[in-house]
Design a protein around this ligand. Structure first.
Ligand SMILES: [Zn+2]
Length: 257
């Protein structure tokens, strides 16, 4: 078993402004460890790959979400040869205040999910955060699991943030052709380029996800794994500067969407 310590904090904040937009905030600051909190939240069920810590709720039993996640883990294991042997502790917080207790930075408060070490923290779908919905819960559940799964590849630092978010988004059931079409619109409007992908909005997810798609098609799945290991920079691995990658991406989007 490889002993790997990866400190990742990924917080998703979801905002609704007209249409649904997402903002993502990421930091490498440590959070309080979960052990402290497990005293408060009961272990609801255990599975092969994860433990679910949550309170029982009359109208919500997690069954759909759990089976989607199990199916997703099988998919990941079938596609990637990643030796992810950690048992993830999934901790469901019922209120924003409880969730926020486990985030050290004021800036990160108000988020809905984050992944750190082998812990996945998420707000309950019935929480007091008006932006959290049942479908968002399912989406964030898998998105954050992806961060832990791929994060296990890194011995030290994570790769560039847009790639980290892009891969977590790309490898989610919600990723589809529509994502590419919406990215194409933004590119047309001159609002997206490889150099402005870290500004905290919806396109920090969908834009990068389409670049990951391009990288997979042009370079293969092994290259995605290599980039995530981050022993060399993404630019070195794909042998393209940001500017060259940007041109390649724009032409890929225009051709395929
Ligand atoms: Zn994320």
């Amino acid at each position: 078993m490889k002993a790997k310590i990866v400190f990742i904090i990924v917080v998703i904040m979801l905002l609704t402004i007209g249409c649904v937009k997402e903002a993502n905030i990421e930091t490498e600051q440590p959070i309080k460890q979960v052990q402290e909190m497990l005293c408060d939240i009961p272990l609801l069920r255990t599975y092969d790959d994860f433990n679910l810590y949550a309170f029982e709720h009359d109208d919500f039993d997690y069954k759909d979400e759990v089976s989607s996640l199990i199916e997703h883990i099988d998919y990941l294991n079938g596609k990637y040869s990643i030796d992810f042997d950690q048992t993830v502790n999934i901790i469901v917080h019922e209120t924003q205040a409880e969730f926020d207790k486990y985030v050290t930075s004021e800036f990160l408060k108000g988020g809905m999910g984050f992944a750190s070490n082998n812990e996945l923290h998420i707000l309950a779908p019935y929480s007091d955060n008006a932006f959290m919905t049942y479908s968002k819960f399912k989406e964030i559940f898998i998105h954050e699991y992806n961060h832990l799964y791929f994060g296990s590849l890194c011995e030290n630092e994570l790769p560039v943030r847009w790639f980290n978010e892009g891969l977590a988004t790309y490898e989610s059931p919600g990723y589809n052709k529509y994502t590419g079409s919406s990215v194409k619109e933004k590119i047309k409007q001159g609002m997206l380029s490889v150099t402005n992908l870290n500004e905290g909005n919806f396109f920090d997810y969908s834009g990068p996800a389409t670049i990951v798609e391009l990288i997979e098609i042009e370079y293969g799945t092994d290259t995605i794994v290599e980039i995530f290991k981050n022993e060399k920079s993404l630019n070195e691995i794909i042998e393209l500067s940001d500017e060259a990658l940007n041109s390649k991406w724009i032409s890929y989007i225009n051709t395929n969407y």
